[in-house]
Write a protein that binds this ligand. Structure first.
Ligand code: PLP
Length: 407
């Protein structure tokens, strides 16, 4: 069978290939240190699992509304209105099987062929993939590395806007850099959005994965509520990645369009899982706080051990569960000019598995700095310590062989 022509334009998460290589190494009997995973190795809290079982026993096993069950829509807007200072109604919510489907349904609902879409690069690779797949024009924007982490380069972003640029995908609390825009940057961004008459997909997958202070949404700024669709997910905050539960929150016209796509696609999100989500929102938030405490300890340990490796420069993000160290000096020192030989050499010699910048969008012309991404959501403290010690030993043992020895 021949695949449809449009398939040439569909990208993927190339990080899955990294996971496959890591599994192959594990099959040889070598211990793998899984810093490549974007998943959480901590089980969903028991009371949420019990709520799903209860819902099944109560007969929540048939189809339900394509918009999602009403109780969950109401509880979710309650939660979002509290954290965002907004006044959404339940009609502004379409429940989804995960946060990810919001990306494609947003683009399918609003984007016409040839429309320009600003998207973060490096960034979640699905943006670039789906913009191209549905016939839009992907326009990358990037983040600047500074002494206090990564920041939006608003000037460059604005300069890349062309006639026909209609959309912005904005992932505050950013995968992979951990960047966050504070209130001043958000204010400036909201003004830019108004100036250029853009619509925004606010990917808030990590809005609640925050170690200090409070998150702020672009949707909370004047004039934004009519222009933003929020991607909400239960995946990270409640350790529910495999349950597939999320939502699109935004103006009714888009929400109705997205709900119509739901009918044509999955009919409805899993019925009893929505009651588990409802329970997650309405019961004690202590398990989510405990999850953050665990993640924070992993972040601090990983950051401390990476920062002592010569040639590595790593900022300490306050959100997400990723570190995005600059390894330009290290790769040079070890004689590697390309990412993949470096990543594979480390994996094969040490079992330490990570993604690199190339797994987060097509590298931009003129990029000279090199970055890798370490996720600490799927690896415990002992393995972090052991794995990063092995990484340090590897870099020390190869020191004398560089330059030109790496391939
Ligand atoms: N957006 C970003 C930036 C992500 O990193 C992820 C998952 O890793 C998602 C969206 C989608 O997550 P989910 O579909 O599990 O809600």
């Amino acid at each position: 069978m021949n695949l449809a022509i449009r398939f040439d334009k569909l990208g993927t998460e190339t990080a899955f290939a990294v996971a496959e290589e890591a599994r192959a190494i594990a099959r040889t009997g070598m211990k793998v240190y899984p810093f490549h995973l974007g998943d959480i190795d901590i089980k969903t809290p028991a009371h949420i699992i019990e709520a799903a079982v209860r819902a099944m026993n109560e007969g929540k096993t048939g189809y339900c509304s394509n918009y999602g069950v009403q109780e969950l829509r109401e509880a979710l807007v309650g939660e979002i209105n509290r954290s965002h200072g907004t006044a959404y109604a339940a009609e502004n919510v379409a429940i989804q099987p995960g946060g990810k489907p919001v990306i494609q349904k947003y683009l399918l609902s609003l984007m016409n062929p040839g429309d320009g879409v600003l998207y973060p690069n490096p960034g979640y690779p699905i943006y670039e993939s789906l913009i191209g797949f549905y016939g839009g024009k992907p326009i990358p924007y990037t983040y600047r590395e500074t002494s206090d982490g990564f920041h939006l380069d608003l000037e460059k972003l604005e300069a890349s806007i062309e006639p026909g640029t209609r959309f912005l995908i904005f992932n505050n609390y950013h995968n992979p850099t951990g960047a966050e825009a504070g209130p001043e940057e958000l204010q400036a961004l909201s003004e830019l959005v108004l100036r250029h008459d853009l619509s925004v997909l606010c990917d808030e997958a990590y809005f609640d994965v925050r170690y200090e202070g409070q998150s702020t949404s672009l949707a909370s700024f004047p004039g934004m509520i009519d222009r933003c669709v929020i991607l909400y997910t239960f995946s990270k905050k409640f350790a529910m990645t495999g349950w597939r539960l999320g939502a699109a929150v935004g103006p009714r016209t888009v929400i109705d369009a997205i709900a119509k796509l739901n009918v044509n696609d999955e009919s409805c999100s899993n019925h009893f899982v929505q009651y588990a989500g409802l329970h997650a929102l309405q019961s004690s938030q202590e398990p989510s706080r405990e999850l953050l405490t665990i993640l924070r300890a992993r972040r601090d340990l990983s950051h401390g051990l990476l920062s002592v490796i010569p040639g590595v420069r790593c900022s300490l993000p306050n959100t997400t569960f990723y570190l995005f160290p600059n390894v330009t000096g290290l790769m040079e020192r070890l004689g590697f000019s390309d990412y993949e030989p470096f990543r594979r050499a480390v994996l094969q010699a040490t079992g330490v598995s990570f993604c690199s910048r190339i797994h987060f969008g097509t590298p931009l012309p003129g990029e000279r700095e090199r970055y890798i991404r370490l996720s600490y959501s799927g690896i415990n403290l002992d393995s972090i310590a052991e794995g990063l010690r092995r990484l340090w030993e590897f870099t020390e043992s190869r020191r004398s062989r560089a330059p030109g020895s790496g391939g």
